[in-house]
Ligand binder design. Sequence first.
Ligand code: NAD
Length: 248
Amino acid sequence: MAFRLDGKVALVTGGSRGIGLETANYLAERGAKLFLVDVDEKGLNETVQILKEQGLEVESCAADISNSESAQKAVDSCVEQFEKIDILVNNAGITRDGLAIRMKDADWEMVLQVNLTGSFYMARAAAKYMMRARAGRIVNVASVVGMMGNAGQANYAASKAGVIGMTKSLAKELASRGVTVNAVAPGFIETKMTEAMTEEAQKAVLSVVPMKRYGKPAEVASAIGFLASEQAAYITGQVVVVDGGLNM
Ligand SMILES: NC(=O)c1ccc[n+]([C@@H]2O[C@H](COP(=O)([O-])OP(=O)(O)OC[C@H]3O[C@@H](n4cnc5c(N)ncnc54)[C@H](O)[C@@H]3O)[C@@H](O)[C@H]2O)c1
């Protein structure tokens, strides 16, 4: 039988579309209550409306996770609504690609600020509640690019490598309190993020993926869901790679 998450409260950042939305659906199908956080207020409201029409228990907060105060408020607001936070999925992320020698300071800084610093703000805020509850699951969405590097993505690769280092450090700090911290590292997944790649770049990617196809958001969501479950209680500080064999 599939694992259940009945009664669990899951906060998913970047939950209004792509991997975040797919993960939200996956967790809700197993019984979790959802708290979605996204900087795109319009997209978030539309998504929440659709999920509510499906009969799901979902609340939300439009917030920019790269702002320390907003991140803290988002987590506090989840706890105000649902009285706790059991699962944090740090999924929100952005790209601003370009070759390093031409990369603008703003593009370097923004990607680091959202992907790494924002994930840290959210994890720090959630960890305080989880430590008190002596239970919790934090799943950070990294990327294989953070392990392998990628031309044109020095900022993104650095941010995702940082997420992996942060994951392992938090895992060590929180293990004795019953809180696990893991990362999922997707390869190339069919979402708006990969749609933005040029046809040439897409061809180059598929030529090196042993499975010769993109992954689906649902294939990432199931790995995140497992790490968020009771069944993964003895797994912490790990990076689960979901990439069709790209990085092995
Ligand atoms: N698509 C891929 O191939 C791929 C591969 C590896 C890793 N990832 C990672 O998976 C995660 C989700 O990617 P996706 O492809 O679904 O992307 P996406 O662009 O479809 O969705 C990202 C979501 O995050 C939100 N967001 C962006 N900045 C935010 C901020 N500052 N505060 C709050 N929300 C914010 C966006 O509004 C959007 O809803 C990202 O962390 C991405 O780096 C994606």
